[in-house]
Design a protein around this ligand. Structure first.
Ligand SMILES: [Zn+2]
Ligand SMILES: [Zn+2]
Length: 239
């Protein structure tokens, strides 16, 4: 059967939904419905040279990055996290709307490909999930995104480069300092990174504690540089 026919058939049985309004996508080539496509605002213009948050034109770094010491080199998110993306990501992670991940990863690559080419990573690595949690959820959303970004970019991905060795408390209710200590010893690199440049992929960047913890173990394992790419980034404190 031709791939197109198969896709059409699959779309009839399991219709794909718009990641914003959740209406059924009638055109199987679309990732998002036309009205919602007009609504979404990928981050452009002046972005923080560390975390990629929007900054005023004459500023290089956001307020948070001026004082925070991040272990990663640089990175960016595609959308500013808000209620709309919160709902969308929840449906992706907890309610089986995996096709949303195709939209996120498509935009993550399309919007950030110039940055990614500049960073020139050798390998794409997802933020791992503890095996117990992954069994409950059924999939690791970061791995889903990393795999697709790897396919689009041609950069190999390695899902098991880093493991989550400690099942940590949810980060949601914690402040920046608590988030950091909550992740102490939570990740372990499984193999040597042998001087490779790594692109870490996750769904949301909040305070950067997860990416920093990943960057620490990757550097200890010999990574030459660690960049990150996320679908969303939470606005900085006071911004
Ligand atoms: Zn829509
Ligand atoms: Zn920043």
């Amino acid at each position: 059967m031709r791939k197109e026919t198969l896709n059409r058939l699959l779309n009839m049985i399991y219709p794909r939904h718009c990641p914003v309004c959740h209406r059924i996508l009638k055109d199987d080539k679309r990732y998002i419905c036309p009205p919602c496509e007009k609504k979404i605002r990928p981050l452009t213009g002046s972005l923080c040279m560390k975390c990629g948050r929007p900054v005023e034109e004459n500023r290089e770094y956001c307020r948070e990055c001026l004082t925070a010491e991040h272990t990663y080199d640089r990175g960016r998110g595609i959308f500013l996290y808000n209620d709309m993306w919160k709902k969308s990501l929840e449906r992706f992670k907890f309610y089986g709307c995996r096709e949303y991940g195709d939209f996120y990863s498509h935009l993550m690559w399309e919007e950030a490909k110039e940055d990614i080419r500049d960073w020139n990573p050798d390998i794409v690595v997802p933020v791992p999930m503890h095996p117990k949690k992954q069994r409950m959820r059924g999939f690791n959303q970061s791995w889903y995104l990393a795999q697709r970004i790897s396919r689009a970019s041609g950069i190999p991905s390695k899902s098991d480069a880093v493991r989550k060795v400690r099942n940590t408390a949810a980060q949601k209710q914690l402040d920046a300092a608590e988030r950091k200590s909550n992740l102490n010893g939570a990740f372990a690199a499984v193999q040597s990174m042998g001087g490779r440049c790594v692109l870490v992929v996750d769904d949301v960047y909040t305070t950067g504690s997860t990416i920093d913890a990943m960057a620490s173990v990757l550097r200890d394992a010999g990574a030459s540089a660690v960049f990150f790419l996320t679908c969303c980034i939470v606005p900085g404190p006071g911004e």
